[in-house]
Design a protein around this ligand. Structure first.
Ligand code: C5P
Length: 231
């Protein structure tokens, strides 16, 4: 199964307290998005990469991509208003590559490893349309509201999973989900949520990786940089 990597990287660095977009923040000697896409280049079945970047920073992204010497075409396009819009635009750019699936991976998860990518690819068989890595929730969950913030309930965590990327989606299902989302002006936090919402097929969870967390806060960035230094 040939796949394309879609890398949504068009977010700002606001929550990180950075003037640069998060994906361009220096991480272990390279821009964060380069680190996040590197492990994917090792896969023979990778056919193309499409990166959705902030419109004002396209040249910085293209310069970094130029240094990659990738075996496959790596295209940089302007992203959209939301993550979903960025993924939709990246998906439009994939139509010329004849792939059976797309893997959508956050540029903000630079510690992804090849074992996780392999589990996602292995999970995409004929019986499912999407696969995503997830970890069972280990913290106790509370519902709370108001100011002062008061607990209203304890949410049973049995059967709850915190999900990560890369999320693998069969190409036809991804296109159908995004077309329908555009037509009906539906926004979801991830592409798999669109698949669920429109009932396009079964979605499987494979084993995630604790270290594959998303960098959101300055503390996340510090932690990830420490981990990246380990051999
Ligand atoms: O903001 P957050 O970290 O949740 O975004 C997840 C991923 O989606 C990031 O890699 C970010 O660059 C990307 N994104 C995007 N286009 C947007 C907003 C976010 O590609 N408009």
């Amino acid at each position: 199964l040939k796949f394309a990597l879609l890398l949504p990287a068009a977010g700002s660095g606001t929550r990180l307290g950075s003037a640069l977009p998060k994906a361009l923040v220096e991480f272990a000697g390279e821009p964060m998005f380069v680190r996040a896409l590197h492990p994917f280049l090792a896969f023979e079945s990778l056919a193309a990469v499409v990166i959705a970047a902030p419109r004002e920073h396209l040249s910085a992204f293209r310069d970094a991509v130029g240094e990659l010497n990738a075996r496959v075409e790596v295209r940089v396009i302007a992203g959209g208003e939301t993550r979903q819009d960025s993924v939709g635009l990246a998906l439009d750019a994939v139509q010329f590559f004849a792939v059976g699936a797309v893997l959508v991976h956050d540029a903000a998860r630079p510690l992804v490893n090849t074992a996780t990518i392999q589990r996602v690819l292995d999970g995409l068989d004929r019986d499912v349309v999407a696969v995503l890595p997830g970890l069972p929730v280990s913290d106790t969950l509370k519902a709370a509201s108001g100011d002062p913030l008061l607990v209203t309930a304890t949410v049973p965590r049995d059967g709850l999973y915190a999900v990560q990327t890369p999320q693998g989606v069969r190409y036809d299902a991804a296109v159908a989900a995004h077309q329908r989302a555009r037509a009906e002006a539906v926004q979801c936090t991830d592409d798999v949520a669109l698949i669920e919402r429109f009932g396009l097929g079964r979605v499987r969870i494979c084993e995630g990786d604790t270290l594959n967390f998303k960098i959101t806060s300055p503390a996340d960035l510090r932690l990830a940089r420490l981990l990246a230094r380990e051999p």
